[in-house]
Design a protein around this ligand. Structure first.
Ligand code: ATP
Ligand code: LTN
Length: 340
């Protein structure tokens, strides 16, 4: 790691395989940072267990997430790649931050409001405190930039608030001088792909934990599955693309295509005005298939080489811990914890 370079950090939950929202809104946008920043990317298994997970599936999906990062172009020689639970400082700092957060601010998180609704009267406490763990992930590493999808903006705001609150509350370093405890990070939200919507309910975001069949296009889907999902994508009761106003479903397909092709929305729209929805669906499916096939094939090849993956994780864990330990030790000293 290079002390003069800025740090970029981001993560994805290892629940299920990644979907095209994770790819277009997050992972793909990490690549440009690899050469100029210190990059830290990881699989957040501690976050995953905020909802029920099958242990065997979680283990496999954790390996799969790291393999997918590499297959998407995250060169392990240029980034620290690791698994969150292997660096215990995340959970430790999360506790400290929990004690400095309030019930009120956590209740305002829209992700919590959305997800807790699905749990009836038994809402897991972890769903509520999830954003505090995310803040710990980020603040442990003196992160400058956090590239994420639109849905994480509010969590980043909370992270900034917690950093500022702690800096204000504990202004003196353990050696006695005035210095900020945490760096206040900036979010980086992609221009295209920042909010890919469900193919079955285009009013809500594509989400790994959405049980509706066909809602989500996974990076592990076969060519046939990808085609089928796009062909069955919900549009609206009309039949052809109009230039003035598009329904949420049509907008989503245009946006997905624009994002894969790195074109702007209007350029794609113009190609379909006056045409039946079927053309838009078929073309978008074909474009997705062509982009995802090499990623899927690389992921499968990497997954077969467990020793290689484990080597990367071991190296990543050591590099992450070296940084995380330093931050946590300083936090504990400032709090007044007795250190040897
Ligand atoms: P879940 O819905 O099960 O909580 P998720 O699908 O939102 O999971 P995460 O692991 O929470 O996936 O998100 C990883 C990254 O992908 C984050 O940066 C997030 O902003 C981004 N992301 C998630 N869903 C979308 C989406 N539909 N469109 C664009 N970006 C997304
Ligand atoms: N909460 C994020 C995943 C996440 C994350 C992070 C993203 C956990 N820790 C740190 C960026 C930085 C989500 O996408 N649901």
């Amino acid at each position: 790691m290079n002390a003069t370079r800025k740090t970029v950090l981001s993560a994805v939950q290892p629940t299920n395989s990644m979907h095209i929202g994770n790819y277009l809104g997050a992972v793909r946008n990490w690549i440009p940072y690899l050469d100029e920043y210190d990059c830290i990317f990881f699989a957040v298994d501690l976050h995953s267990i905020t909802v029920e997970q099958d242990p065997e599936a979680l283990r496999e999906n954790t390996y799969r997430s790291i393999a997918s990062y590499i297959a998407c172009g995250i060169d392990p020689a240029k980034a620290i790649l690791f698994v969150q639970s292997q660096v215990p400082e995340h959970a430790e700092l999360a506790w400290v931050l929990t004690c400095h957060s309030s019930m009120g601010e956590l209740s305002r998180m829209t992700q919590y409001k959305d997800k807790s609704q699905k749990h009836g009267s038994h809402i897991p406490t972890g769903l509520f405190t999830y954003p505090v763990l995310m803040a710990a992930d980020i603040l442990l590493y003196g992160t400058h930039l956090v590239p994420v999808g639109e849905d994480q903006k509010q969590h980043l705001e909370l992270t900034r608030d917690l950093a500022e609150r702690m800096n204000h509350r504990f202004p003196k370093s353990s050696s006695g001088e005035d210095s900020a405890l945490f760096r206040v990070p900036e979010p980086m939200i992609a221009k295209t792909g920042a909010r890919v919507m469900s193919l079955q309910d285009p009013e809500s975001k594509m989400s790994k934990s959405d049980p509706a069949p066909g809602a989500c296009v996974f990076l592990s889907d076969s060519d046939k599955e990808i085609e089928k999902k796009f062909k069955r994508a919900v549009t609206d009761s009309g039949s052809e693309v109009r230039s003035e106003e598009q329904s949420a479903g049509v907008r989503n397909l245009i946006q997905i295509q624009a994002s894969f092709l790195n074109q702007d929305y209007n350029a794609v729209l113009q190609r379909y005005v006056g045409k039946q929805y079927g053309y838009l669906k078929v073309d978008t499916a074909n474009i997705a298939v062509e982009h995802l096939r090499p990623i899927r094939e690389r992921t499968e090849a990497i997954l077969k080489d467990r020793a290689y993956l484990e080597g990367i994780l071991k190296q990543g864990r050591a590099a992450a811990r070296a940084r995380a330990e330093k931050t946590l030790s300083e936090v504990y000293k400032r709090l007044g914890f007795v250190r040897e």
